[in-house]
Design a protein around this ligand. Structure first.
Ligand code: AKG
Length: 249
């Protein structure tokens, strides 16, 4: 179901929207079990932020990333032609020191124009104690800000980037609390972060990045990679991403 006009307006004003349902509890439980299986085989270290683009070889990730609930919501914001740019898990373990510094997503992605939207789908419940995402409402509206480096150990971002935020902005930031099976959407220029997980529970989210076919990647991203974007809805009249494999299950 497409988003309502009111939801689209809220996203446009605030730069994010949540919570949005993706799956009921039994389906969400099944996704969690499948993530548990990957975590067992790949190990916890890699499972934190090292599982990139597994939608190409894990059927359940492909099914989440192409689910009607997510694509309808994404279409409501960016239009009928949708490319899945990338996917990744962000997993923080209990009583840990890992965090995500304040940043904007598109800063180092090499996209032209720098336009993308993220769907963050909760595999585990995500709340204040286990380090849910936090967002500064309206912070997507003033373009890309210069990023520096975080001075705190444990930043999960690829090149330890961090954008300075004022204490006022930090004070008005909002927790994005999600039940397993719910998602948030956020704009590529939204300033967001997440604190360490001080609970005894894991906090895992599947992050899916989408854009429109006219957006090209002009430079490698922060990890020196080219996106293997794949059309997941509508038509691609631009063909900027010829190197993308076909999913294999
Ligand atoms: O999962 C997190 O804590 C942060 C995720 C994030 O920064 C992102 O999805 O862009």
């Amino acid at each position: 179901m497409l988003l309502t006009d009111q939801q689209v307006k809220k996203y446009a004003n605030e730069g994010f929207l949540s919570p949005l349902p993706v799956a009921d509890a039994s389906v969400a439980n099944n996704w969690r079990e499948q993530f548990d299986e990957i975590e067992r085989s790949e190990g916890k270290e890699k499972s934190q932020v090292g599982l990139h683009d597994r939608h190409f070889d894990q059927k359940f990730i492909w099914e989440i990333a192409t689910s009607a609930r997510i694509l309808d919501a994404v279409e409501s914001i960016i239009g009928p032609n949708v490319m899945l740019l990338a996917s990744q898990f962000f997993c923080k373990y209990g009583q840990g020191t890992k965090f995500v510094a304040w940043h904007q997503d598109v800063t180092y992605w090499g996209l032209e124009p720098p336009e993308a939207i993220t769907a963050w789908c909760a595999i585990d419940r995500s709340d204040h104690e286990n380090g849910c995402m936090m967002a500064i409402p309206g912070s997507h509206s003033n373009g890309i800000h210069e990023h520096g480096k975080s001075e705190t150990d444990g930043n999960l971002l690829s090149i330890n980037q961090e954008v300075p935020v004022t204490t006022e902005d930090e004070a008005r930031s909002q927790d994005i609390v999600l039940e397993a099976g719910e998602m948030s959407l956020h704009h590529g220029m939204l300033v967001h972060s997440s604190q360490p997980n001080v609970s005894s529970r894991r906090r895992c989210g599947l992050v899916m990045r989408y854009t429109v076919p006219s957006v090209r990647q002009e430079r490698p991203n922060s990890i020196g990679a080219r996106y293997r974007a794949i059309l997941v809805r509508g038509t691609d009249d631009h063909q900027h991403y010829g190197n993308s494999p076909t999913p294999t299950f």
